[in-house]
Write a protein that binds this ligand. Structure first.
Ligand SMILES: [Zn+2]
Length: 702
């Protein structure tokens, strides 16, 4: 989340369009020495391994021999597992990632309980302990009802016109809350060493603009309208009036959606995030909302320039400040204030929030138990504070050293592949290699931990702790604007089961929690590690060369290092990959969007190839004993398949087909291997088999 454009192995919980906004409250790190991970605040914590859920690893008994490996690889390696591992009631997907996430939260729970029980806790232990204790006190939370929002709702009730709306927005941002649009710091596209301010589109309750535009989503839009009415009613509005106001809110958001870009548009043109303007120029475009005043009201001087993305969106908001009646603004702001806080309020609010966002929209059957929801909150508000303790008990130092070796081997193989690319001219290749030489890997946890002094948490109120963290995180982020980028900062907490590439720093980042089976196991054979975390490392590296990552140069600046011919050659190859994924039918009648998922598919395709090469180099001359009747190459691809075993609720899959730049897991399992000649060779597949794309159909890019 450092960058509005960083690529992850799995989607983050936040929509891409909001990524800039919550570079607020989403990024981490600060001054502390590297060895602070050991000792200090986290000292004395203990982990009871017997209480942790199991890992999800490839087992030979999982293989379904009735499914031909060459025609149905996904069914062969995962079919049995998928059929016998139903999605737990409190989740919407279930597979290798989720099982590790369950393990991660089980570790976090032990840490949080110990932190809360320590009456003398200071620093990060006190912060985590206070969040935990107040978050788990359901009786107190229920007794408070909506009271914690009273003063905010009174402010909204007092709005009379556009000018007062603008004033309210400034005030709300100043508290680290905000509304309608996103705002936060990120590196300058043209000078990646400096942070500038970005404003972004936002303000929608549904996952993508398409929900407001396309007929196929009209049932979800209707359900959302009911949800808006219910929330307004819970907030104290009479039922009839709440239903009327809900219509206004939908009309309001539909107008925002019309002026916004879709997930697909944003994922395929990263330049949409960058539109440098002076505050004075922006003020001319939005006469009813002064950006100069906005910056000043946040307590920082108006910068010389900031990124005003997406201008059509902000112009529309500006018009709405002038022409939308104050009553309609009030309905919209009241709804989002209550809706956003609902997960932290009393039971009726929590229940309604679950009913719509999790049950209706995503197909989740049961609410997560409170302890998991509290950990989600800590993750969002003070994730790295918890991470500092997490790595202390759950990340063996030898994992970091072994990962470093793997990264070096992958990097060496990528270099050879770049040098040997047949379709790229020597001039562009030289640039590609220059970029290769500047990759920075980050493994496990930050070298410097963020300084949390200044965040005041207490045992008196959960919501108050959350609001305090909002403001603290907002101020911390604001302070970065106009300052050099802190390259030691991480955009994900160590306890996150994910990885990312940040093109503006040309860095690949692997949190501690993903460095476990089935991805990585210090005790496993090479095949498993290269087919697991090796392919993940390759994936993140190739993001530097995907259709958007390749628009950034070696120092992370947005610059074109391609000749026209090479760019054309690259486009011809990526068009073939778009077509391959467009051909995958995810649910009857609904296909994968090859365009939306292009960057991730390029990364999978190249990442798997680089990992395979690296494994061959690392094992050259070594014996290849069979394990479970499988040779090394076979185990490599089997583990890749295992990583992508994942069940989804039908509703979750539907949302992802519209919003997720990653293809559904079963297609990630087969997409890249079907293009790799080593897969066909490993399993003696023949021309014409579904898992063998040969001749013109075979795609190799990096
Ligand atoms: Zn990715």
């Amino acid at each position: 989340m450092n960058a509005p454009v960083s690529k992850t192995l799995l989607p983050r919980t936040l929509a891409l369009s909001m990524a800039v906004a919550v570079a607020l409250g989403g990024t981490f790190v600060a001054p502390r020495s590297a060895d602070a991970a050991k000792g200090g605040n986290a000292a004395g914590l203990k982990l009871d391994e017997s209480k942790l859920p199991p890992f999800n690893q490839f087992r030979i008994g999982d293989v379904d021999a009735s499914k031909n490996v060459c025609s149905d690889f996904s069914g062969h390696v995962n079919g049995k597992w998928l059929a016998s591992n139903a999605i737990p009631g409190d989740r919407v997907s279930w597979g290798a990632f989720e099982m590790l996430a369950e393990r991660s939260v089980a570790v976090q729970r032990q840490i949080a309980e110990q932190a809360a029980a320590n009456a003398k806790a200071t620093g990060v232990q006190k912060i985590v302990g206070d969040f935990w204790a107040t978050g788990m006190d359901e009786a107190k939370i229920n007794a408070q009802g909506i009271a914690p929002l009273k003063s905010r709702l009174a402010e909204i009730d007092a709005l009379t016109d556009g000018a007062s709306v603008a004033e309210y927005l400034r005030k709300s941002f100043g508290r680290g809350e905000g509304a309608v649009f996103g705002f936060g710091p990120s590196a300058d596209f043209k000078d990646s060493s400096m942070n500038i301010a970005y404003v972004a589109q936002g303000g929608l309750g549904l996952p993508d603009v398409e929900y407001y535009r396309k007929d196929e989503h009209k049932e979800k839009l209707a359900a959302y309208e009911k949800h808006v009415a219910k929330v307004l009613e819970l907030s104290g509005i009479a039922a009839d009036d709440a239903a009327k106001q809900a219509k206004d809110v939908i009309a309001f958001e539909t107008r925002l959606a019309k002026a916004s870009k879709s997930s697909e548009e944003l994922s395929r043109d990263v330049s949409l995030f960058y539109n440098p303007v002076t505050p004075a120029d922006a003020d001319k475009m939005t006469p009813n909302f002064s950006w100069t005043r906005f910056f000043e009201s946040q307590g920082i001087a108006a910068p010389k320039m900031f990124s005003f993305a997406i201008p059509e969106f902000h112009k529309e908001v500006d018009k709405m400040i002038a022409d939308v009646p104050a009553a309609q603004w009030k309905s919209y702001l009241r709804f989002h204030t209550v809706d956003g806080a609902s997960p932290f309020l009393s039971e009726p609010f929590v229940q309604e929030n679950f009913n719509f966002y999790r049950k209706t929209l995503r197909g989740q059957k049961e609410m997560k138990p409170r302890w998991k929801r509290v950990l989600d909150t800590i993750e969002g508000q003070a994730g790295e504070a918890l991470g500092q303790m997490y790595v202390q008990v759950a990340f063996p130092p030898e994992s970091k050293a072994q990962m470093q070796t793997l990264v070096n081997n992958l990097s060496g193989s990528l270099k050879v592949r770049l040098e040997n690319l047949a379709w790229m001219s020597p001039g562009t290749k030289k640039k590609a290699l220059e970029k290769w030489s500047t990759f920075t890997p980050k493994i496990g946890y930050p070298d410097k931990w963020r300084d949390w002094s200044g965040l005041k948490t207490t045992r008196s109120s959960y919501v108050e702790n959350i609001l305090a963290a909002n403001e603290f995180n907002y101020r911390w982020n604001l302070a970065k604007i106009g300052k050099p980028v802190d390259k030691t900062e991480w955009g994900m907490s160590p306890q996150t089961v994910n990885a990312y590439y940040n093109p503006q720093q040309n860095e690949i980042v692997f949190p501690a929690a993903i460095l476990q089976p089935p991805f990585f196991d210090p005790k496993a054979d090479d095949a498993r590690n290269y087919g697991g975390i090796g392919a993940v490392i390759g994936h993140e590296m190739i993001h530097g060369y995907d259709d958007q990552g390749s628009r950034f140069g070696p120092t992370g600046n947005f610059e074109n290092w391609w000749t026209e011919d090479d760019a054309k050659g690259f486009k011809a190859l990526t068009d073939k990959l778009v077509a391959q994924f467009n051909g995958y039918e995810a649910v009857p009648g609904k296909f994968v969007n090859g365009n939306l998922t292009l960057g991730e598919n390029i990364a999978d395709l190249g990442g798997l190839a680089v990992a395979y090469d690296a494994m061959k180099r690392a094992t050259a001359g070594k014996a290849d004993p069979m394990i479970d009747g499988l040779n090394r190459d076979q185990r490599f691809f089997m583990n890749w398949g295992t990583v992508w075993r994942r069940n989804f609720t039908p509703q979750e899959l539907e949302v992802r087909l519209v919003t997720d730049p990653h293809a559904p897991a079963n297609f990630r399992a087969i997409g890249a291997p079907s293009n790799h000649p080593a897969f066909a060779a490993a399993f003696q597949c023949k021309a014409g088999d579904a898992m063998v794309r040969d001749g013109e159909k075979r795609i190799s890019i990096w």
